[in-house]
Design a protein around this ligand. Structure first.
Ligand SMILES: Nc1ncnc2c1ncn2[C@@H]1O[C@H](COP(=O)(O)OP(=O)(O)OP(=O)(O)O)[C@@H](O)[C@H]1O
Ligand SMILES: [Mg+2]
Length: 237
């Protein structure tokens, strides 16, 4: 089972939207795809058709066996586990990540974690084959946050595969073009593509769905296909 951890380098960059859209695109290849919400906002389910009134999830249970009862399947066949409305400690989040290893899936399965932006990724029980994606936007704040993150990555023994992926890219902005070009030519771990800013992502969420189902020929859906294909190649390496 390939584990993917997705988080924003700061809040609001789009990690939950990316997890949901990516999960549905990966599911098209008829592999098992599981999405786990590790964020106390518990909003991942909204992209999979879950009503906001369904508030319970793994954080409401004291054992993983009970948490299993909260797994749901969306219309594309993606299995997802909502966070729920109980505050979880870091230890409980770590236990949930570890317990997910007990899920009995084939090697070809994907498990994608929607990680809150405020928890440093190195606190998680990461392993050699894990892929961590930190989402960034092309602005000055992310520019400095990426450099700070590269410093911390140097100081920890990171054996996992760590990448930065640009989300909400505005092709009309000269500053964004310049920053993206600079990062591509000077920084390690930058994915060689970006996810465009596209209203389709917001509209799909308004329909409690993803771009694949609401606008399959959109720029956004093309971008998620690119991300999925690139991840397949990274998982194989
Ligand atoms: N590529 C994109 N183009 C346009 N809008 C986007 C894109 N990605 C995300 N959004 C929008 O940005 C907003 C924040 O997205 P989302 O909730 O996925 O971010 P997040 O990183 O999970 O936030 P948080 O840190 O609060 O968990 C939403 O309105 C979403 O529709
Ligand atoms: Mg989120």
């Amino acid at each position: 089972m390939q584990r993917i951890f997705i988080k924003g380098i700061k809040g609001g960059i789009g990690s939950t939207s990316v997890v949901a859209n990516l999960a549905c695109v990966l599911k098209k290849s008829d592999v098992d795809v599981v999405a786990i919400d590790l964020d106390a906002k518990s909003d991942l389910g909204l992209h999979f058709g879950l009503k906001w009134t369904a508030t319970k999830g793994w954080s409401n249970e004291s054992t993983f066996d009970d948490a299993l009862l909260h797994f749901r399947k969306d219309s594309d066949g993606v299995l997802f586990l909502p966070h729920g409305d109980n505050e979880a400690t870091l230890d409980e989040i770590i236990a949930t990540i570890n317990n997910c290893k007990k899920l009995d899936y084939k090697g070809s399965a994907w498990i994608i974690f929607d990680c809150p932006s405020h928890i440093n990724i190195s606190h998680y029980p990461l392993e050699e084959n894990d892929i961590v994606i930190e989402l960034v936007t092309c602005d000055a704040i992310c520019h400095s946050l990426i450099y700070k993150r590269l410093q911390t990555l140097k100081s920890v023994e990171s054996s996992w595969k760590h990448f930065f992926v640009v989300n909400r890219y505005n092709a009309a902005s000269v500053l964004e073009f310049d920053l993206f070009s600079l990062w591509q030519s000077t920084l390690p771990f930058m994915a060689p593509f970006f996810i465009n800013s596209d209203e389709v992502i917001k509209e799909a969420t308004a329909n409690r769905n993803v771009a694949l189902n609401c606008a399959p020929y959109s720029v956004a859906n093309d971008d998620f296909e690119t991300l999925a294909g690139w991840l397949v190649s990274k998982a194989a390496n």
